[in-house]
Ligand binder design. Structure first.
Ligand code: SAM
Ligand code: SF4
Length: 475
């Protein structure tokens, strides 16, 4: 075996910046992939081991077609061996777009005088959550600009408000947030409001690029953002999501830096991120960056496969606005979550759909206006089980993805049954007739595949109770 030994030691230093650009480039520059080495690295991952930076760099530098196929085949095999068929669905809800930063890629930047600024009033927030519930959503991520209005107390209050909204059989069972970083006290405040995941993207881990993209405002402070999740952990939030905005800098660098971020959290807090997001830059009002680092479709699917192999027990969030053929390929690599029925215009969930929305109210452009039901339809057609499961978080089973990955039978015992129960609820309460037909067939097929007759019986009993009107049953 020709692995370069991992000489780099993860410093056990919490709250300290940990990205060294040169070190990331050194790993990339030293990687010399050949077919045998790529196979060895993929096999390591298939044997349920995390990859280190040197090994991940080998996959990132592998650019021969046979090597790329080995990587993608590896990600598909890992998904089939480890993960079940379910895909968790959620929707983003933009609460307010006032912003004092000037991120060059974002339509909400302070300098954009054409942006229509708005913060949802309490009534508007409730109306939007009701509208989301009426479509069957159960999991939301609340999104905020960075502005003094959106203090930790304000954000905590909106989270509490969302949990209170009940419309018909609808309710939101998990509220995640994507917001500017807080100090430790601020993180405690949002933690106490019962947030699920706190998500924050570094956008780019490359220092010079970060400086160019974030010329002013609080977000200009690279290190304050980088160490946000350390403060979150110190405040007791151990459910965090990281991400990079692909298209700002070299994608290989960003993937390796994401893995470095995972290493840091694991080394300092013994828990890695719950999720990794990898949005690709979309066009936005007053967008003013060149496309030198644009990530092609081929590179994008490859980078998702590499992430899957590098951090096999971290959830991967795919955005539903990626084109269909990308979604199909990337879902087969084991992405675990996807947004659906997404509207980025502030307040749009509760607005008349005949009113034309436009870019002045959006953070960036999306080209996908499919409803939740349409996304569910597509998932069922491809034999995925759409899931609204929130069981682990509510049962206090933290480290869910790690357990899915490492505890034998966890997915069969918890994740698949819970996905089926939440799909049954969705069908009873919200599904279009044709979706209901194929949904019940999928449930029937999936229940028949449960190997242990005891679980099969338990699941069938609960589905029957859901048909009789009971809700929110989970294992
Ligand atoms: N204001 C907070 C912040 O910047 O962290 C949170 C909300 S911000 C609206 C959420 C994310 O949107 C950003 O972290 C960034 O990755 C993403 N974003 C901004 N502009 C984008 C664009 N043009 N295309 C795709 N994603 C974009
Ligand atoms: Fe503001 Fe966030 Fe947009 Fe930057 S990405 S301008 S911080 S809303």
């Amino acid at each position: 075996m020709k692995f370069t030994p991992e000489t780099y030691k993860i410093p056990d230093v919490s709250m300290q910046p940990f990205i060294d650009d040169q070190e990331i480039w050194d790993f990339l520059n030293q990687a010399r992939p050949d077919l045998e080495l790529v196979k060895a690295v993929v096999d390591k991952s298939l044997n349920k081991n995390r990859l280190n930076l040197a090994e991940t760099a080998i996959l990132l530098k592998a650019d021969q077609p046979e090597m790329i196929e080995l990587i993608k085949e590896g990600a598909r095999t890992l998904k089939e061996r480890v993960y079940g068929k379910r895909i968790v669905l959620f929707a983003p809800l933009y609460v307010g777009n006032y912003c004092s930063n000037n991120c060059r890629y974002c339509g909400f930047k302070a300098s954009n005088k054409d942006a229509i600024r708005k913060t949802l009033s309490r009534d508007e927030l409730i109306a939007n959550v009701q509208a989301l519930e009426e479509h069957g959503q159960k999991r939301l991520i609340l999104v905020y600009g960075e502005h003094r209005t959106y203090s930790a107390e304000y954000i905590a209050e909106t989270v509490r408000e969302v949990y209170k909204v009940k419309k018909g059989p609808g309710e939101i069972r998990r509220v995640n947030i994507n917001a500017a970083p807080f100090d430790i006290e601020g993180f405690k405040t949002v933690h106490e409001a019962g947030i699920g995941t706190y998500q924050i993207f570094q956008e780019t881990y490359h220092h010079p690029t970060y400086a160019v993209c974030h010329p002013s405002g609080k977000k200009a402070d690279y290190n304050y953002r980088l160490t946000a999740l350390d403060r979150a952990m110190e405040a007791g939030i151990d459910d965090v999501g990281i991400g990079a905005l692909f298209g700002l800098y070299d994608w290989r660098f960003e993937v390796l830096a994401l893995v470095r971020h995972v290493n840091h959290l694991e080394a300092c807090y013994n828990v890695g991120p719950h999720t990794i997001s990898f949005p690709r830059i979309q066009d936005a009002l007053e967008y003013d960056l060149d496309d030198q680092y644009e990530v092609s479709d081929e590179e994008f699917t490859r980078l998702v496969a590499i992430l899957r192999l590098a951090v096999p027990y971290t959830g991967l969030i795919l955005t539903a606005r990626e084109p269909e053929y990308i979604r199909r390929e990337v879902l087969a690599f084991g992405c675990s979550q996807i947004d659906a029925g997404t509207k980025l215009e502030i307040g749009a969930y509760a607005e008349d759909p005949s009113v034309d929305q436009n870019l002045t109210k959006e953070q960036f452009k999306i080209n996908d206006d499919r409803t939740l039901n349409e996304v569910i339809d597509e998932l069922i057609d491809h034999d995925y089980i759409p899931s609204f499961c929130t069981a682990c978080y509510r049962k206090g089973r933290t480290g869910q993805h790690f357990m899915e990955f490492s505890v034998p039978g966890f997915i069969k015992r918890f994740c698949t049954p819970n996905a089926l129960l939440t799909l049954a609820e969705y069908i009873m309460d919200y599904a279009a007739e044709s979706t209901a037909d194929k949904g019940w067939k999928l449930i029937e097929r999936s229940v028949a595949e449960i190997e242990d007759p005891r679980y099969e019986k338990l699941v069938l009993e609960r589905i029957e109770r859901i048909k009789q009107g009971e809700r929110d049953l989970y294992f």
